[in-house]
Write a protein that binds this ligand. Structure first.
Ligand code: ATP
Ligand code: MG
Ligand code: ZN
Length: 283
């Protein structure tokens, strides 16, 4: 059945409320159609396709604040161009929230949205990298640099090298210059020490961190590791687990001991994934 508003042209007339002039805008049916197509090509991992803001349990202030910011970004995109950098320990829901925003934005606006795990992205670029044909590298990079909204998951997880730094700087710098919104997640802490292997600064360098601060609101999520929640567990259990985590490990903002906690392995897809494999990258 044809759309009753636009007769499937994808355009509908409106009277501009400020000028009173009649003009055409995209019909909602077009946005919906495009949204479905673009969601399918956004590279969102199966494991995260269920993620929404509604099914995210916000059981403390840091999580409530993160959800509020996520909602604001999702509701106001593309008017607000400042993205988010979600920091915190494994399993607190950083990727969940980033994907929820990405999905909402694509569904509502039909924007080009893209999800990439930082290491996967670098791996893909590297695998296509051929010094004699630089175009293949660009073919992968172009959509990443041009996406209206990009999620770069697990920033800083990749071992640093000159090539990694150069590639990441190219992506972030291009998006920064074009004022394109990016949502980052990271296990690393935004602390001033650039010699601490657990600081984001150590992982990504001064130039990138400075750009990120301009591009993004930094939010620290504090909570339990949701992956450890028993199948029939609820919010009460999460609160208990979170308090236990806090007790065994002091707040991530304090002390070297706390920073060391971020070195604990995160079990992902059944494999232990060391955030910091025995000392400085490359050594
Ligand atoms: N507060 C929450 N409410 C509902 N589901 C959650 C919540 N937190 C995490 N989850 C779920 O738990 C799993 C792990 O969360 P997620 O991957 O977002 O954590 P993360 O903070 O990105 O961890 P990592 O640092 O290891 O990448 C996901 O399936 C996610 O949907
Ligand atoms: Mg994650
Ligand atoms: Zn229509």
């Amino acid at each position: 059945m044809a759309c009753p508003i636009c007769d499937d042209t994808g355009w509908k007339p409106i009277d501009d409320p400020t000028t009173g002039v009649r003009r055409v805008i995209r019909c909602d049916c077009w946005r919906e159609r495009v949204g479905i197509d673009r969601l399918a090509t956004a590279n969102i991992p199966k494991r995260y396709q269920h993620c929404t803001l509604d099914n995210f349990a916000a059981y403390n202030e840091t999580l409530e604040k993160a959800v509020a910011h996520a909602k604001r970004v999702a509701d106001t995109f593309p008017v607000v161009s400042r993205g988010l950098l979600l920091e915190g320990q494994p399993g607190v829901g950083k990727t969940h929230l980033a994907v929820a925003v990405l999905k909402m934005v694509i569904e509502r606006t039909g924007a080009h949205g893209l999800f990439y795990d930082t290491r996967d992205l670098l791996r893909v670029i590297r695998s296509t990298y051929d010094p004699s044909i630089r175009t293949t590298e660009l073919e992968i990079l172009r959509p990443v640099m041009r996406a209206d909204l990009l999620v770069l998951d697990d920033l800083g997880a990749e071992k640093t090298s000159e090539w990694v730094e150069e590639t990441m700087n190219l992506i972030v710098n291009t998006r920064y210059n074009e004022r394109r919104m990016t949502l980052f997640t990271s296990n690393y802490l935004d602390i001033p020490e650039d010699d601490d292997p657990n600081s984001l600064l150590f992982r990504i360098g001064h130039r990138m961190r400075s750009r990120l601060h301009e591009m993004c609101e930094f939010l620290v999520l504090d909570g339990a590791d949701y992956r450890e929640l028993p199948t029939n567990g609820g919010v009460d259990d999460l609160v208990t687990m979170w308090k236990m985590r806090k007790k065994t490990l002091p707040s991530p903002r304090t002390g070297r001991q706390a920073r060391a906690q971020l070195r604990e392995p995160a079990v992902r897809d059944g494999r232990a994934d060391l955030k910091w494999p025995g000392g400085r990258a490359g050594s």
